[in-house]
Design a binder for this molecule. Structure first.
Ligand SMILES: *Cc1c(COP(=O)(O)O)cnc(C)c1O
Length: 403
């Protein structure tokens, strides 16, 4: 728990979670793939048109399932943005893949779609894109590259529930439904939560049957329970990727409030965007933009400061006012684990977002008063502007002393 008057995140409990959990307990089956898991699969398949969904214990697990499903083998190359959470890449490293990291876009922390193709080699197997802040990557562009090179695509839609991509023809596809596979997270920092939880979406029928087997420890138990086979056994590799019904029951209560949660989050996002317009212009701070082909799902509100010093000062300034704002990813290509494995390319925009981006408090229960307090505080943030640069002579003498 945060000790700040305004924390960065606060998991929202809708009020029906315990009732559904009680029902799952009374129902007498609390292991995985029970009544609530199946309700959730049906909800997503109906609401968003995903061909097939499998609830998992986390998005990390869904990504690991994706890596197994794509038969990723040692030496296979996977193209992934560097500005993302560890799991996006780690899932593929676990299978021995070589990761080729891509820079972020100049205008958005998401993957620079124009820098994907130059990394494709004979060994490339898949492209993994991340819909950062729930805002779509240019999926027509990504799928076109993949189709031309015969590659698979995975959408890490961990942050992207209820968000859409608008194709050139104007038709909207929910994120997570466009690539061969998609992954979602219900971690307590996301819009819809289960404590820990996730989901794999399978949009290509070729993967449907095997996905269930990998999900159920490498057995065909799911088909057995449907009465499709008369006994079940070990038929492939897999793991225990399915969550307990207790988690599913909790998540179902959240999903029944999806619209309410999304409406509130959009109000919060729009209030930040409007309330900070003036000060951002004055201080050269960039507000988030939503490309024409993307929608906003109110997952996150971030600002991109002019430089690292301004960002760190803004975080410290808000901290003094009892508001917790936080930076985001450390670049994966220069991480302790990966730096010696990286091919040496510099990824300037990844570094830029790592240094300059700050995320503001964002949760369902953030009140208008609290939000206005944050907005007012930022509107009075001017310190970087007040500090004049050192006069040249002084700067020189400081430099001399340093030698
Ligand atoms: C949250 C997140 C994950 C990890 O999700 P878990 O459910 O915690 O495993 C992966 N990728 C991205 C982009 C995320 O935001």
């Amino acid at each position: 728990m945060s000790n700040y008057k305004i924390p960065f995140n606060k998991p929202f409990i809708t009020g029906n979670e315990l009732e559904y959990i009680q029902d799952a307990v009374d129902y007498g089956k609390i292991s995985g793939n029970g009544k609530y898991t199946q309700k959730i699969h049906r909800f997503f398949e109906r609401q968003f048109g995903f061909k097939k969904c499998l609830l998992t214990t986390s998005c990390t697990d869904a990504l690991e399932m994706a890596a197994i499903l794509l038969d990723v083998e040692p030496g296979d190359e996977i193209i992934i943005p560097s500005y993302t959470f560890v799991s996006t890449a780690n899932a593929f490293v676990l299978r021995g893949a070589v990761i080729r990291f891509v820079d972020s876009r100049k205008d958005h922390p998401g993957i620079d779609e124009d820098k994907i193709e130059e990394l494709i080699t004979e060994k490339t197997k898949a492209i993994v894109v991340v819909h950062y802040a729930g805002v779509a990557c240019d999926m027509d562009k990504v799928m076109d590259i993949a189709n031309r090179h015969n590659l698979f695509v995975v959408e890490d839609a961990a942050q992207a529930i209820n968000s859409y991509y608008e194709h050139a023809d104007g038709i909207r596809s929910p994120l997570g439904s466009i690539a061969h596979l998609g992954t979602f997270s219900f971690h307590e920092t996301k819009n819809i939560i289960a404590g820990e939880g996730g989901m794999l979406t399978i949009n290509d029928d070729r993967f449907a049957e095997r996905a269930e087997i990998i999900w159920e420890k490498g057995t065909n138990r799911t088909a057995f329970f449907r009465g499709e086979v008369d006994k079940y056994g070990w038929v492939d590799i897999g793991s225990s990727f399915l969550p307990s019904e207790l988690n599913a029951a909790f998540l179902y209560a959240q999903l029944m409030n999806l619209i309410r949660i999304q409406q509130k989050r959009m109000c919060i996002w729009n209030r930040y965007q409007k309330g900070l317009e003036g000060v951002c212009k004055r201080l050269g701070i960039r507000q988030p933009g939503i490309p024409g082909y993307a929608t906003n799902n109110g997952h996150m509100y971030y600002l991109v400061c002019r430089n690292r010093r301004q960002r760190d000062e803004l975080i410290a300034y808000l901290k003094e006012r009892d508001v917790l704002s936080v930076f985001h990813y450390q670049p994966l290509h220069t991480s302790k684990f990966f730096q010696d494995r990286h091919d040496g390319r510099t990824l300037p925009y990844t570094d830029l977002y790592s240094h300059n981006l700050v995320r503001l408090p964002f949760y369902y229960e953030l009140t208008v008063e609290e939000q206005d307090y944050i907005i007012d505080a930022i509107n009075n943030f001017r310190r970087v502007e007040i500090q004049p640069p050192l006069p040249v002579a002084v700067a020189r003498s400081v430099a001399d002393q340093a030698v």
